[in-house]
Design a protein around this ligand. Structure first.
Ligand code: NAP
Length: 593
């Protein structure tokens, strides 16, 4: 007899006179009952409110934003109610109302939050009581290991959220320039945790929708993983022969690619390491060029891996840590301790793989160990300096060629020397567009522009100006440009003069730092023009800064605050808040690193 408590209800779905034996009928009734239970569960899942899981991003150059769009999409496919949302659009109070939040946060410059998140960061710092007790969260922190405050903002969010009473769904994951692997690991750990929070959630769309490669935007034909081989048309040197710098105007053909970019976007370039550096690395480790090594799912020769797949022209902290352990190098081991980060930064500066390997080449037993030691080669991003409206099927870059000598050995930047020395005219180089939606011309063409871009920081502004000229925009535009010497380093001088003549550019203020005894920088020119700058800002101008993040962008930020203090008669704290608000509302945009 059936136990009346634990036995499942027997549902007779088939009529008694159906042409089946008693056993067949019992089996079929069981089968249909099971089927109905599954359908009911699916229907319940479909009508039950889905778990809300916003993907909140803090992005400076668009990477965190693009990852958050991909993650939110995957979350929707998995049955969650998920949308990307900018951290800067939230307050702590709004966040406190949320039950779940996935955070993807970039750090830029010296451990700074992205501009759009500066006000949120101020609020977070000031908060005391545990406000976030109802929140469960996970943080993916993006950063660049060459900076000592690696992933600082992501860490800050993660730690402060916990202090304010929120619960971590999983340990923070930190990603360096190559985000693919950490992004994959983050997703792999995230879904089971969210599933625990919402056990009923299952895929509510067809499985085929989940098979998109989330690392590639299906809208884009050419991507980081599948770049377009652009043809080099020219690489004219812009700086004078007697300049200390070598800045080149690179013109690449995009013919046949249908690649599209907007002013403000960057071009991702996959460079190859210099052949002589590859040869030296092979020689010092006594490895034959054609030794086969494994990298991910593929096998290739050691020479090919060193040329195009791993970083050898600069050192990363993780490589030094690994090598210190393999080589039992006490000096290096001491150098990588957290309290010696300044010494480590000093050691890494300008050094390459040879400098490290030369300490103990025999510590590397074979080619595979060498490849495993080195980080993957990352593409280089350059601000685009052309406009498709003015330069159809072309993309232009303004590239400073990095060269220096150390220990009697010539060294250089990977991509910049590739353009200058190794890619011939009509040769090709793999490229893709890196979107930068946070650095855009205003949609209203009448909005005045204030652009501050010393050195190669002028690149996106050349793109802006060509775009405005091609589209006959009428708004005012003001450029602050600076470099070392007017007669050697005045990039695009003729073009800028022509823009002034035809009204594309309203005003040009230059700061040539080394043309007089006392240095003059763009921010000094801003101070002199404080009253006019204030007027432009009051007229609704958008302010853009591009170039060096460590010193220039910080000093320009202070100069801008000073305009608010002097002209707006604001206190220092109020001026800072006003400038942060300009950043949060998209009127003060910075593309700096
Ligand atoms: P640079 O080294 O920045 O020098 C350009 C001018 O800026 C020089 O006259 C220099 O003067 C001056 N300068 C130095 N310190 C300054 C400060 N604190 N404030 C204002 N000006 C200062 O030029 P570059 O070699 O062309 O390099 C440009 C920088 O921008 C690089 O760091 C590059 O990586 C970066 N960049 C970033 C982006 C981006 O984020 N998308 C795009 C392009 C370039 P002195 O040398 O005489 O002191």
């Amino acid at each position: 007899m059936n136990d009346p408590v634990s036995a499942p209800p027997v549902i007779a779905l088939l009529p008694e006179d159906a042409p089946f034996t008693r056993d067949q009928r019992a089996w079929l009734n069981g089968f249909f009952a099971g089927l109905l239970t599954q359908v009911a569960a699916r229907t319940a899942a479909a009508v039950a409110p889905k778990l809300k899981v916003p993907v909140i991003y803090a992005s400076q150059t668009g990477t965190a934003e693009s990852l958050s769009r991909k993650l939110a999409k995957e979350a929707r496919v998995k049955g969650f109610d998920s949308q990307p949302q900018e951290l800067g659009s939230l307050t702590l109070e709004v966040l406190a109302q949320m039950k779940h939040a996935i955070i993807i946060a970039s750090t830029h410059g010296e451990g700074d939050p992205p501009d759009s998140a500066l006000i949120f960061a101020m609020q977070l710092e000031a908060a005391h009581s545990p406000k976030l007790a109802g929140l469960k969260y996970a943080v993916l922190a993006l950063g660049d290991r060459t900076y000592s405050k690696f992933c600082h903002f992501g860490k800050l969010l993660d730690e402060r959220f916990a202090e304010l009473g929120a619960t971590r769904l999983l340990d923070r994951i930190e990603a360096d320039n190559s985000v693919d692997e950490p992004f994959r690991a983050f997703r792999e750990r995230l879904w089971p945790e969210l599933k625990k929070a919402a056990p009923g959630v299952g895929p509510v769309v067809s499985a085929s929708e989940t098979t998109h490669d989330l690392d590639d935007d299906p809208q884009e034909r050419w991507t980081r993983e599948q770049p377009f081989a652009a043809t080099l048309r020219s690489k004219e040197v812009l700086s004078a022969v007697d300049s200390d710098k070598e800045v080149r105007h690179i013109v690449l053909s995009l013919a046949g690619s249908e690649l599209h970019y907007e002013p403000g976007d960057a071009l991702g370039v996959w460079p190859r390491n210099a052949p002589d550096l590859v040869d030296r690395v092979l020689a010092i480790c006594t490895i034959a060029r054609d030794t086969v090594v494994a990298l991910g799912d593929t096998t290739l020769t050691a020479a090919e891996a060193l040329s195009a797949r791993v970083e050898i022209a600069k050192l990363s902290i993780s490589t030094v840590i690994k090598f210190a352990a393999i080589a039992k190098d006490a000096e290096l081991h001491s150098l990588v301790q957290p309290e010696r980060s300044a010494d480590l930064e000093h050691y890494l500066y300008g050094r390459d793989a040879i400098d490290l390997l030369a300490r103990a080449p025999s510590a590397i037993p074979d080619a595979q160990a060498l490849i495993d030691l080195l980080p993957p080669l990352a593409p280089r991003l350059y601000s685009i300096s052309s406009s498709l409206a003015a330069h159809p099927e072309e993309v232009h870059l303004t590239v400073s060629v990095l060269r220096h000598t150390r220990d009697a050995r010539a060294r250089g930047g990977v991509a910049s020397t590739d353009f200058a020395d190794r890619v011939d005219i009509q040769g090709t180089i793999p490229v893709y567009v890196h979107r930068n939606p946070r650095f855009r011309l205003p949609t209203d063409p009448g909005v005045p522009l204030i652009m501050i871009g010393p050195g190669t920081g002028i690149a996106p502004f050349r793109s802006f100006l060509w775009q405005r000229k091609a589209q006959h925009f009428t708004g005012r535009a003001w450029l602050f440009f600076g470099d070392r010497h007017a007669h050697k380093d005045f990039l695009y001088r003729k073009e800028l003069d022509a823009f002034l003549d035809d009204g594309t550019l309203t005003r040009l203020d230059t700061a040539f730092s080394r043309d007089q005894e006392t240095k003059i920088y763009v921010q000094d020119r801003m101070r002199v023009a404080s009253a006019e700058l204030w007027q432009w800002i009051r007229d609704g101008a958008s302010i853009y800064v591009c170039g060096d993040a460590t010193r220039m962008a910080k000093d320009v930020d202070v100069a801008l605050q000073q305009v608010f203090i002097d002209q707006g008669k604001l206190s220092e704290a109020k001026a800072k808040l006003e400038v942060r608000t300009l950043g949060a509302t998209g009127r003060y945009m910075r593309d700096v690193y």
